[in-house]
Design a protein around this ligand. Structure first.
Ligand code: ADP
Length: 471
């Protein structure tokens, strides 16, 4: 059932119940009023009759009765009939109990079918106590009551019908902005993701919904544009070494070469292939780190050991690099050194920062410092290198972003994006300070394993543990 039908039915139900209550109250109150009025008439009739009988001695018999089936009967205190109007048998059955309940102040009312009776007590001039029962049929009052019932019932039905139509129109009108939103949302696809919903000047919930949806679209558009530029950057980065390699092969093939010349050409090609492998590995790692955490293999790892391993792997590859690792302060307990993480990814992140420190400084030196503070490990990677211009600082964590000042140094611009993603995966933070010509410092904060909440079981170790270090 759609909202419009539900709203209409709810509205009808509500109004119908209120009106039914009102209708029943009107009917009941009118019935009470009719009864009181008729009782009054019966009392007057009874008293008039008994007074005529007592004072005048006779009651005119040939008067036409004013009320339908009217009859007045006078009983003495023992219940014997002293007088009966029209000399007929009393139509209204009177029990001794009924007579006994009649007092001077409180006449008794009784009803059988449409016949209503009132019993009053009267003390005549001789001091005798008489009971007068006047009964009649309030045909006129009942027919008015019947008519009122019909009017109320059909009025209720008619108003129900009107309320149904009004409720439907009301619900349609209230939901029109929703229908408009749906039409607008349906019109937005990947090709026009820049379009936004019209919010209007209203300040209602639907305007809030449209605004929220627009915010979502903005985030999606950013991700979409980022994805597009990522693919084009990646293709460009892969095409460049391939073009270079093709050029080198074509030039080499132009004429017969000596064995040494071939060796040089192959070495150059090998360099390009290695560079491509680095890039592809970097992209794979980035994809892995950006994908679902389910595939990550978290386990307790000692941060200092990881740093030493990263240092030795890097120095093995580039012996000119100088990487100093030092403790700023010693941990209170050994567990402070342990963090819950994916060893190969952390290894990659540390190697990237160490390599950047050496790569972008003339002394090829980087200093790594470890500090411990209230359940977290702080690492700083400082170099006295070329530094990063302030205008580049907000972008260096974007994939493929490279500072103009260091374009001459080989790189793909993947390392920092990957490093940031890895640190975020470990619920850590990475920040950078840099001054051109002075040096750069990257600060990482990682929570110690005993501070971490337990990692959900579905994110626990899986078979996949194939991280290739991006270096
Ligand atoms: P790559 O080093 O392959 O270019 P990164 O993502 O590691 O890619 O770094 C992105 C850019 O950030 C680098 O091109 C460089 O301009 C700048 N950068 C990173 N680390 C440093 C550093 N320690 N000193 C100076 N510049 C740096």
């Amino acid at each position: 059932m759609n909202i419009r039908t539900r709203l209409t039915l709810l509205f009808m139900l509500l109004v119908a119940s209120i009106m039914l209550l009102f209708t029943i109250s009107v009917y009941y109150l009118y019935d009470q009023f009719r009864q009181q009025e008729f009782e009054q008439r019966l009392v007057e009739k009874a008293l008039t009759t008994v007074r005529l009988r007592e004072d005048v001695g006779e009651v005119p018999q040939n008067d036409l009765p004013v009320m339908a089936d009217e009859q007045v009967t006078v009983y003495n205190s023992r219940g014997v009939i002293l007088y009966n109007q029209y000399n007929q048998r009393p139509r209204f059955p009177i029990s001794p109990d009924f007579l006994s309940k009649i007092t001077l102040r409180h006449p008794q009312y009784a009803r059988t079918g449409d016949l209503e009776a009132i019993g009053v007590r009267y003390i005549n001039s001789r001091g005798e106590s008489l009971f007068i029962v006047a009964s009649a049929n309030d045909r006129y009052g009942f027919s008015k009551l019947d008519r009122l019932r019909e009017i109320l019932f059909f009025g209720w039905l008619l108003s129900l019908f009107i309320v149904g139509i009004a409720g439907y129109l009301f619900a349609t009108d209230a939901l029109r902005p929703v229908a408009e939103l749906i039409t607008q949302v349906n019109a937005i696809s990947a090709t026009n993701i820049h379009e936004r919903l019209r919010v209007g000047r209203q300040r209602d919930e639907l305007a809030d919904l449209a605004r929220t949806f627009n915010d979502l679209l903005t985030r999606l558009e950013e991700a979409f544009v980022f994805q597009k530029s990522f693919v084009s950057h990646a293709s460009h980065e892969l095409r460049t070494p391939l073009t270079v390699m093709m050029g080198q092969i074509e030039v080499t093939r132009l004429q017969a070469r000596s064995a040494h010349e071939y060796e040089v050409a192959f070495d150059a090609l090998l360099d390009e292939v290695k560079s491509m492998i680095r890039l592809v590995n970097g992209l794979l790692e980035l994809a892995r780190a950006s994908s679902d955490v389910v595939t990550l293999n978290y386990q307790p790892v000692r941060i200092d050991e990881l740093l030493w391993q990263a240092q030795s792997l890097l120095v093995n590859k580039k012996p000119a690099y100088q990487i100093d690792i030092d403790f700023d302060n010693l941990p209170d307990q050994e567990e402070d050194l342990v963090i819950n993480g994916e060893e190969s990814l952390l290894q990659t992140a540390f190697q990237n920062l160490m390599e950047n420190g050496c790569k972008y400084s003339s002394d090829q030196r980087v200093s790594v410092r470890i500090a411990f503070e209230a359940g977290q490990v702080q690492l700083t990677f400082s170099d006295n290198g070329y530094g990063i211009p302030a205008s580049d600082l907000p972008h260096i964590f974007e994939p493929f972003y490279r500072s103009e000042t260091t374009m001459t140094i080989k790189g793909h611009g993947i390392g920092l994006a990957l490093t940031q993603r890895i640190i975020e995966l470990h619920r850590g933070q990475i920040k950078v300070d840099s001054t051109v010509g002075v040096g750069t410092t990257f600060r990482i904060t990682l929570p110690s394993s005993h501070r971490l909440l337990p990692i959900p079981s579905e994110t626990r170790p899986t078979e996949e543990k194939s991280a290739k270090s991006y270096s």
